[in-house]
Design a protein around this ligand. Structure first.
Ligand SMILES: [Ca+2]
Length: 264
């Protein structure tokens, strides 16, 4: 039994190490959005005005608006232990400020691993980001390795809720590509899709490989990945919902898509 446990632990460690290789920088924040922006119901938010713009009161309001609360230290630590790593200081419960570090780096967290804790802030008008907790917010997205699947917005076919953020990571076998085909699409419309949107990334994460941002009620065109991975990101803001979307992906072997294949 002990040997089995050791094997399981080694296997889990192997998975964690494999995932950590996919980290990257975006807006100065080191993260891997698939695994790390949202873990165990904990997630990081910044103001729409940008980084470090929220007072304690505003931070609480950001979490409350979407049915969540400020994360407690224990919730933040629980999330950190399954890989939640964000290099941006945010408010959490009881007026504390800090951020979760999984992977030691010179540019973030003073080379330490753990919750970098700025402690209880006396001045609640200081401006930081925020860490919220909402156990319901993790019920969308996920990692998909099936050869074919239908994915849909949270709550579909009902309207999607406000303030959702979902990441679907599709990972197929090497040599396969992902063909994405939309079945239904209705997302709050605005000129630049700033309110609600679905984004497609031809990549492992949402840091590279941006391939398009969609809103409105026109079906996006079919999309085929260049590799065996793809990321979909859905974001809804705090008001105005719509019918949502449903899409189907299927694995295709690269050779099926190319007429240039030559036999040797
Ligand atoms: Ca909206």
């Amino acid at each position: 039994m002990i040997a089995v446990h050791i094997i399981i632990v080694v296997f889990a460690l192997g998975l964690i190490l494999k995932e950590t290789q996919a980290w990257g920088y975006k807006n100065g924040i080191l993260h891997n959005s698939i695994w790390l922006e949202q873990a165990a119901g904990v997630y990081h938010r910044e103001s729409r005005k940008g980084r470090y713009q929220l007072t304690y009161k505003e931070a609480k309001a950001v979490c409350a608006y979407e049915g969540g609360t400020l994360a407690t230290y224990d919730q933040l630590e629980a999330a950190r232990q399954i890989g939640f790593h964000v290099c941006a200081a945010g408010w959490f419960a009881k007026g504390r400020v800090g951020y979760p570090i999984v992977k030691a780096g010179a540019n973030c967290g003073f080379g330490k691993v753990g919750i970098v804790n700025y402690g209880y802030r006396l001045n609640k008008s200081e401006r930081w980001d925020v860490y919220c907790y909402n156990p319901n917010s993790k019920e969308c997205g996920g990692v998909h390795t099936d050869q074919e699947k239908v994915l849909q917005s949270p709550g579909y076919p009902d309207e999607y809720p406000d303030e959702q953020i979902c990441y679907w990571h599709i990972r197929l076998r090497y040599g396969q590509k992902i063909r994405l085909h939309f079945l239904d699409f209705d997302v709050e419309d605005d000129t630049d899709c700033l309110s609600d949107y679905l984004e497609i990334y031809d990549s492992y994460d949402d840091i590279s490989g941006f391939a398009g941002r969609y809103c409105g009620d026109e079906l996006p065109e079919e999309f085929i990945s260049t590799g065996n991975v793809m990321t979909l990101k859905f974001r809804s803001d705090s008001s105005v919902s719509a019918g949502g979307f449903q899409l189907h992906y299927i694995a295709v072997d690269s050779s099926e898509l190319s007429n240039n294949e030559t036999s040797t």
